[in-house]
Design a protein around this ligand. Sequence first.
Ligand code: GLC
Length: 564
Amino acid sequence: MPHSGQSAASRDWWRTAAIYEVYVRSFADGDGDGIGDLAGVRARLPYLAELGVDAIWFAPWYPSPMADAGYDVADYRAIEPLFGSLDEAEQLIAEAHGLGIRIIIDIVPNHGSDQQQWFADALAGQAGSAERARYHFRPGRGAGGSVPPNNWTSEFGGTAWSRVSSTDGAPPAPEAPGGPGGRAAAGEPAEWYLHLFSPGQPDFNWAHPAVRAEFADVLRFWFDRGVDGFRIDSAALLAKDPSLADLDPGQAGGEHPYVDRDGVHGIYREWRRIADSYPGERVLIGEVWLPDAERLTRYLRPDELHSAFNFDFLCCAWDATRLREVIDVTLDSHARVGAPATWVLSNHDVVRHVTRYGRADTAFSMSDRRIGEPSDRELGTRRARAAALLTFSLPGAVYLYQGDELGLWEVEDIPDELLQDPFWERSGHTDRGRDGCRVPLPWSGKQPPFGFGPEGSVPWLPQPTQWKDLTAETESGDEGSMLELYRAALRLRHEEPAFASGEMRWLDSPADVLSYRRGDDITVVINLSAHAVGLPAHNGVLISSAPVVGGMLAPDCAAWLSTR
Ligand code: GLC
């Protein structure tokens, strides 16, 4: 019986859950085409049950032209054919539930794909048409309208506007190579449309009732199929200043023309009512990047989202003072709205933390990934082990990204011609983007594809040959491995009631050491100093990220102590 197996009715499961992100195209490839798929995931569900996760979050699994690896959704009610079918998704949901694992799926409401029917209709419609009103179409500025309607920039670089032509959307002439959409056809330059991400991701107009109705229906479509929740992509960006005024760089906290506008909350109140109308505690989890904890936790008021990712924690340097500050601010701000804190080390958008923690500067910023900066892998791995024990012992829910449990590092030498992330092209080849954390997982064997797909298949991104030492097979049963540390820590986290409900209290500790109690039974010590430190009084070491020798905890190591 997997220890994650709680009854479907268990209350507030999401407040303390360990949630594992599956990035489908890189998890496991069942059919050998080099791209991960649902068959691959289904075959590995027992692995996830054994790891001890409570839920899986799937990055988008919908049909997509993959302008942004699936975050450009062409159909919100189907499965990408490369990944499988809707039937298979339903089977997967049932099988996961059978193992006590809940299913959370990504929903991408800020923008769709330019290959979506709605967008084709918008292109075919004219300026001012009802079809265009579901997006943000505007005339350009300047002579001939050749200047974008405002100064907003795309997250991936360059302007956030693309211009359509008068013949876009017309049926393609037989000789035109552009295919449906006919974008290759020559026409007069016409309106511009807004895309805060790539041109393949037109932003929806959330002031339009049809957009709200459509997404409410999509939520129900998947809740009806048994999903336990949604991870809401770019959740703070949906509401736009209707005047689409230029951005003044100082604007924030409700004044910004598209980040965190107050109008966004009404959307999530409506979504919460939908989630609450289903049995079994269906949850909404926001991807909300905001510098201000108070603004972030507004999304977590009791009638809005259940939880949100803690990116301050993810970006925080491996530094005792700064970590303690982030932990305190997180706990305090979340407590004010009665929401659980969350702890996140990595995801499909950021440099893997083994690599970050091995750098001289261990802080992280999305705007400067510093790919290729020197990193001490051994040090990074030691800290990643300690960080796992830190995150798993803090009050709240934890998010794991596939491969964290194997200790994978960022792959920084993917050949240029294989890079697929839009950051690479849109930055004019200055930002190598996020492919390095999306390299297919190593499962078994001594050479690529390392069991990711059948022998002889070629993964969509090349795997480092050194990953032969980091396969799930190699690490299984090896006491000193990252995988066994994760398994043991997640098991203890489930077994010890103090982790779910014990109050957290900081203890006095030497400089650069974090030490706290959970309830009366457990004391946690994380040594971020350069010296070994003695442990406080205890009745046994429950787990440690490196052996405790002579009662001393080595630098960059962590231990959970029994104080029963
Ligand atoms: C989120 C996703 C990221 C994607 C972006 C646009 O930040 O995590 O991968 O590129 O939204 O959808």
